[in-house]
Ligand binder design. Structure first.
Ligand SMILES: *[C@@H]1O[C@H](CO)[C@@H](O)[C@H](O)[C@H]1NC(C)=O
Ligand SMILES: *[C@@H]1O[C@H](CO)[C@@H](O)[C@H](O)[C@H]1NC(C)=O
Ligand SMILES: *[C@@H]1O[C@H](CO)[C@@H](O)[C@H](O)[C@H]1NC(C)=O
Ligand SMILES: *[C@@H]1O[C@H](CO)[C@@H](O)[C@H](O)[C@H]1NC(C)=O
Ligand SMILES: *[C@@H]1O[C@H](CO)[C@@H](O)[C@H](O)[C@H]1NC(C)=O
Ligand SMILES: *[C@@H]1O[C@H](CO)[C@@H](O)[C@H](O)[C@H]1NC(C)=O
Length: 420
């Protein structure tokens, strides 16, 4: 509290006074800092020690593996953590249990460089695994899903990695997900199969290159289908096969087609003063978007040159596919429509290297159908009938009231007679 008094004294305090009180100030200050550090640092360390860990959710890639084969799953967070330089502790557990994997006496499962190894995997190993990365000040978790399948034809679509090569070119297939087993080795021997038939090395069509790749020459549609690549892996004196299945899709080379303008109509109805959007929609079929130009003209000049303003503008170009057919769309936007537009010529123009086409459209004033006009006679009729009805009702009411008054009056008249 000394410190407050000191600073509160303001300019009146002499230098010697400040120096006198300095040790006291320092003491208070250091006490304050200690308090602050106790409240800021302690809880965090406590949290980590108590095992409160930030969970980053499930890794999007499910690992599909074949039973009897070695499995090595990398902890998804570790590549970003650089486990070699920061001394992190990586642990694994199944999500339905709190005990770590591997359990005691387990020789089939181990952790190596933060990754979980299962050699060989069985179908019972399928499940969700949580990898925890922890050091003195930091902890985070992520889960990884592993599914181990029986080696059957039926599981092929599930365990296959999709890959694509373009028709009539040469392309590479890659035997995927082997880095844990290969490491820095360059002399890996990979055997390739197409529909379970081994592909020979002296084959003109297929050439095994650079360890894990297969070159496919002059790709034809028949080359599509299932491929398998396999390598062997030795552990504790046993040889295991590691196989990967690939589903190759052969994609047609993208080409230009003759575009077809499918909208707008020849005339568009619009009411003056309102906003109007006329889309120009072009059908390309299997053709590519990139090389097709699409624009609007107004009285045969470009939109920007015709209006020099923002009343009529070209909207954003949209490229999309419906049922594997490609389309492009560019709208012309009026905000608002004015009378001059009714005498103006609008054209949608499309051009690529195959063709040049245009479609003319005009804006027509819409027949002004308005509720006000339709309702006016109707409301007049209602008013008239309503008036008549009200009139009649009022008349009847006053009639009744009149009769009552008559009765009362007669009563009053009678009374004096009775009294008398
Ligand atoms: C990792 O955790 C284990 C078990 O809790 C512990 O024995 C080991 O010392 C930790 N290693 C490091 C580097 O923190
Ligand atoms: C473990 O993960 C699976 C699949 O994500 C889920 O269905 C199951 O409920 C989880 N179990 C626990 C105990 O969290
Ligand atoms: C713990 O890991 C985090 C994240 O990698 C790092 O920033 C931090 O320096 C590490 N702390 C220690 C004490 O190693
Ligand atoms: C590529 O294959 C097609 C038929 O599949 C064949 O007509 C063509 O000659 C081949 N081209 C080369 C360069 O081998
Ligand atoms: C590995 O694959 C080869 C060739 O397909 C086969 O002969 C061998 O029996 C397989 N080994 C194991 C352990 O499945
Ligand atoms: C387009 O031309 C017509 C007739 O030549 C003219 O009436 C109209 O104002 C022109 N529109 C614009 C925007 O220049």
């Amino acid at each position: 509290m000394q410190s407050y008094r000191l600073w509160g004294a303001g300019p009146a305090v002499s230098t010697s006074c400040v120096l006198q009180k300095f040790p006291g100030v320092m003491f208070t200050w250091s006490m304050l800092m200690m308090c602050v550090s106790v409240f800021t640092i302690q809880p965090e360390e406590h949290m980590v020690a108590a095992g409160i860990c930030q969970f980053h959710g499930r890794h999007p890639k499910t690992r599909f593996k074949v039973e009897g084969e070695p499995v090595a799953m990398r902890c998804p967070q570790v590549p970003y953590l650089d486990s070699a330089s920061t001394h992190v502790n990586v642990t694994w557990r199944r999500n339905d249990s709190t005990t770590m994997v591997p359990g005691e006496e387990e020789t089939r499962v181990w952790i190596q460089d933060g990754g979980l190894w299962i050699v060989p995997a069985s179908r019972g190993d399928s499940g969700t695994y949580i990898c925890t990365v922890r050091n003195a000040s930091y902890c985070d978790e992520m889960s990884v899903e592993l599914r181990v399948f029986e080696k059957t034809e039926a599981s092929l679509p599930l365990i296959s990695y999709p890959q694509i090569i373009t028709l009539s070119t040469s392309g590479l297939l890659v035997c995927p997900d082997l880095s844990e087993f290969i490491g820095n080795k360059t002399d890996v021997k990979i055997q390739w199969y197409k529909d379970s038939v081994p592909l020979d090395q002296d084959n003109e069509k297929f050439l095994s290159v650079r360890g894990t790749r297969l070159l496919v020459n002059n790709v034809s549609l028949e080359d599509a289908g299932y491929y398998r690549c396999a390598m062997t892996f030795a552990h504790r004196g046993r040889q295991y096969n590691i196989t990967r299945n690939i589903k190759l899709r052969v994609k047609k080379r993208e080409e230009e087609t003759i575009p077809v303008i499918i909208s707008p109509h020849q005339t568009i109805s619009a009411s003056l003063g309102s906003r109007l959007t006329i889309p120009c929609k072009v059908f390309l079929g299997a053709g590519i978007h990139a090389t097709t130009l699409l624009w609007w003209t107004i009285n045969s000049t470009h939109v920007e040159d015709a209006y020099l303003g923002t009343r009529v503008t070209e909207g954003r170009r949209q490229e999309y596919s419906e049922n594997n057919e490609n389309y492009i769309e560019v709208p012309l936007i009026f905000d608002p429509v004015i009378r001059e537009d009714l005498h103006t010529d609008f054209k949608c123009v499309v051009r690529n290297t195959m063709s040049f086409q245009m479609l003319r459209t005009t804006v027509k004033e819409a027949a002004t159908f308005s509720w006000k006009i339709t309702l006016a006679p109707l409301s007049l009729i209602f008013l008239v009938f309503g008036g008549i009805w009200m009139h009649r009702r009022c008349k009847r009411r006053t009639g009744k009231a009149y009769g009552l008054m008559e009765l009362k009056t007669s009563h009053q008249i009678l009374n004096p007679i009775q009294v008398k």
